[in-house]
Design a protein around this ligand. Sequence first.
Ligand code: GAL
Length: 326
Amino acid sequence: MGMQVAFTDYGARIVSVLVPDKAGNLRDVVLGFNSIQEYLQADEQYHGATIGRFANRIANGHFHLDDEKYTLQQNNGSNCLHGGPTGFHAKVWDRRTSFKKKIDFCYVSPDGEGGFPGNLKVTVSYELTEDNEIVIKYKAETDKKTVINLTNHAYFNLDGEGQGDVLSHILQLPSDHFLPIDENQIPLDRETPVDGTVFDFRLPKKIVEDINKDEEQLRRGNGYDHTLVNHQPISQVAASAYSPDSGIRLEVFTTEPGIQLYTGNFLSGKDIGKSGRKYASRSAFCFETQHYPDSPNHLQFPSVILEPSQVFESETIYKFSVKKLP
Ligand code: GAL
């Protein structure tokens, strides 16, 4: 049986992802709401959304480009998070083409929007394949030198949205380095080996195994909320998750150099989801494929600069399957 995906042009969001489980029943593995009003009033604003212009945090809401200082809106303590309060998640995108298995969303962000330079034309295209993959392609062009970091913020629960926490999900990521963060969740300058740390997912590991350890990095993120460094080409799995209960497995493939592993630590329980259940802390996880947080302020990180002469392109695939048990 094939999967089904639904979108909204509000934030170019994934609204639902129905995937067959090991019994052949469809489960909706992405958190979200039944009405646009609920998205507008939600406590958590990023459900399933396209995030831009700059995914994750920019420290103190400012950065320099060619000696010019740019000031952004602060919406996460002193940080600018996910492009600021009126980032791409809060825009109504144009739906330009719509085939049965493909949908394109376009948005033109005017020069200076959210404090970022350049008129930025962005296209996010979603395609559903015969192999139960959602292929997401991002493309952008600017008329002035700028910075860009795009991702999707789907919250996954492979037992189905509203079906409790994800602590018994088993994750595997080949990353051998992660980015430690400071008290404001800004990455420190160094990529750190995962060896001997709670961030070692090179062998399959349940989320619950280490997440409640009394460890400084976990305290700073309130759980996992960290970038794992990705060196895999798009043909190789960069991250995977599996729920033994449903038998559903998610594999992620990406051109991006980082994956933000976020275990929904700040989900407050205030939002009531599609099936009428509360979205509490750790009731979902995200694999946000992206460049490193706060890159404009860390020149040694992979570059997030986009020049008018360039075309920004990025691709991420979320692939679903049912894992056959031995
Ligand atoms: C994540 C971020 C979390 C939290 C969340 C939105 O990408 O890493 O710290 O802000 O978005 O609630």
